[in-house]
Design a protein around this ligand. Structure first.
Ligand code: HEM
Length: 544
């Protein structure tokens, strides 16, 4: 009797055994984390998490989970203390909740810092492998192998920093000049084409122009050549659409559990992004690869940019090519989301807008920054403007530009983590633990009862201990420890310079305040569109 006829003869018995084994496995997985609560079905099924990812609002789902289900047996004392305390905040975020049978998330800065520094935790392959850009090609972000990741970081860190930074790399000498050029391009573009007056409104999609800006910055500091999107004011090659199509596809395949197919033999090479693709990430790859190849073909090129630094530090061949694509993916939607979030909060808060303009005018009058039209504010000057810096911090807090769970696998043998109240929780080995950005950065325990509101003044807190806790938590928006963002210096430079130059030159208002923008979360990155605004020249300009 053949194998098929044997299966046919015993199909019922086989079905019962399979179901029994599946149920047993589900129970075992469920019981490992039974003390940690989560939304309905998350203890036995990945579907609630998958649906949240497909909804493109998973950051909100994570935050709600923390808020509603943070009361687990492990935190009994924590919750009782909070409930009986006189200043009980209206919303308490539970420090650890379950979002899938084998995954928990935390809103505790203490736990998240521990997870990112304690040896043995490693990036969870189910998430990070889905961030590979080509067939089985690791980039620094997708890397789950600790040794390879650490080697890559060492080779790349200098290219993404500047003279006098914490890494003191004298590597990317042209970085600030390149960013200044793009700030100037964006201000000129708004001024030459999109100025509204009291007689006529000229709508402009600020989300799109900001994306042109970040893409031109990255290609300029990265490859020494911009796409020229701001100069031409058109994305004729569909770079934006290509990268967003790619993100959508990555997000859907991860949510539906198919992303592993892209690394499987035979089928993987056929479906992974490739430079021959006409759209998506493949198209972006082709453009980046061409830049790298041109540079390698001309070893006499004396440019001092990110690519030159990567080459000097030993990146070569396919690895160099793929890292140049990764910088583009990591450095555009992230900073774009930060800039758009800042601009939206500024233009919808008249008090904040006015205070920023007053600070800018005062700095011009005091001669500490260049007059409008005579130069772009330097990064050092921007860092000395306290209200501007408070607005940047407050934006990153209330609207963390990168908001996925960034899961790590707990070391084999498990680990015991301690939350802020001092209570300990044991996490079994192999369980994934991620981060709930919106729950952490809007936590009333850390930031006070108005934590959900945009109030830059909170950063002038006089209680030193409270301020220190706030600053430490806020710094986590760029990751932590050995996984911390490599582009933090670049991002801060873009934020400080562009926000200053926009507010000192223009008065901006939304066209339709009931629909400020469309924002969708794909794998933690925000694709934002339709941020229609009117831009007016400022009536009172300071002459200096
Ligand atoms: C406001 C803007 C930005 C935010 C909020 C941000 C946030 C983050 C976060 C949270 C991580 C850590 C992810 C993890 O833990 O797995 C990260 C990693 C990374 N970021 Fe950023 N990022 C920003 C801008 C940039 C820019 C402009 C670049 C490049 C020019 C960049 C390049 C990278 C790279 C290469 C990594 C991977 C580091 C590693 O794996 O060791 N980021 N970023």
């Amino acid at each position: 009797m053949g194998i098929l006829s044997t299966i046919y003869a015993h199909w019922l018995a086989l079905a019962i055994v399979s179901f029994g084994l599946y149920s047993l496995q589900t129970c075992v997985v469920y019981f490992r984390l039974r003390k940690i609560k989560g939304p309905w079905l998350t203890g036995i099924s990945d579907w609630p998490h998958s649906l949240a990812m497909l909804s493109t609002r998973c950051h909100e789902w994570y935050a709600e989970a923390n808020q509603k289900f943070g009361e687990c047996e492990c935190f009994k004392t924590f919750m009782i203390q909070r409930r009986s305390s006189a200043d009980t905040p209206s919303s308490i975020s539970g420090p650890i909740v379950r979002v899938a049978p084998n995954i928990v998330i935390t809103s505790s800065p203490k736990v998240w810092a521990h997870v990112n520094t304690h040896p043995g935790y490693r990036r969870s392959p189910w998430f990070y492998r889905a961030c590979r850009l080509g067939y089985r090609q690791e980039n620094v972000f997708s890397c789950t192998d600790e040794e390879l990741h650490s080697r890559k970081r060492k080779q790349m860190v200098a290219g993404l920093t500047i003279v006098g930074s914490q890494y003191s790399g004298r590597e990317n000498l042209e970085m600030e000049i390149s960013i200044d050029d793009q700030v100037r391009e964006l201000v000129d573009l708004l001024r030459s084409k999109y100025i509204s007056t009291q007689e006529a409104i000229v709508p402009v999609d600020l989300a799109q122009k900001v994306h042109y800006f970040t893409l031109d910055v990255i290609t300029s500091i990265g490859h020494g050549n911009t796409f020229g999107l701001l100069r031409t004011d058109i994305d004729s090659e569909d770079y934006l659409k290509s990268s967003h199509d790619g993100l959508k596809l990555f997000n859907a395949s991860l949510a539906l559990g198919f992303s592993w197919l892209a690394h499987a033999p035979v089928i993987g090479p056929l479906i992974s992004p490739s430079r021959t693709d006409k759209r998506g990430i493949g198209k972006i790859m082709d453009m980046c690869f061409s830049h790298v190849d041109k540079r390698l073909a001309n070893p006499d090129d004396k440019r001092s940019d990110m690519l030159a630094s990567f080459i000097r530090h030993g990146l070569k061949g396919e690895e160099l090519r793929i890292e140049s694509v990764e910088q583009l993916v990591a450095g555009t939607d992230t900073t774009s989301a930060g800039l758009r979030g800042a601009l939206l909060h500024i233009i919808t808060n008249p008090r904040v807008y006015r205070k920023l303009q007053e600070e800018a005018d005062g700095a011009v009058r005091g001669g500490t920054v260049p007059k409008a039209g005579e130069g772009i504010i330097t990064s050092t000057q921007a860092k000395r403007l306290p209200y501007l810096q408070a607005v940047v911090r407050e934006t990153l807090r209330v609207w963390p530009p990168v908001a996925d769970i960034f899961p790590r696998d707990v070391p084999q043998g498990g680990d015991t983590v301690e939350v802020e109240s001092g209570e300990s929780v044991h996490l079994p080995g192999g369980v994934g633990i991620g981060y709930s950005a919106h729950a952490m950065h809007r936590n009333e325990e850390i930031y006070g009862s108005d934590a959900k509101s945009f109030r830059p003044e909170r950063w002038f807190e006089s209680d030193t201990a409270k301020l220190t806790a706030m600053l430490r938590t806020n710094d986590l928006t760029f990751g932590h420890g050995r996984f911390q963002c490599l582009g933090k210096v670049v991002a801060h430079m873009e934020l400080g310079k562009l926000l200053f130059e926009i507010v000192r030159n223009f008065d901006i208002a939304l066209i339709d305040p009931t629909k400020p923008w469309k924002a969708r979360n794909y794998m933690g990155l925000f694709v934002i569109s339709d941020m229609w605004v009117q831009v007016m020249e400022r009536e009172e300009q300071v002459d200096g």
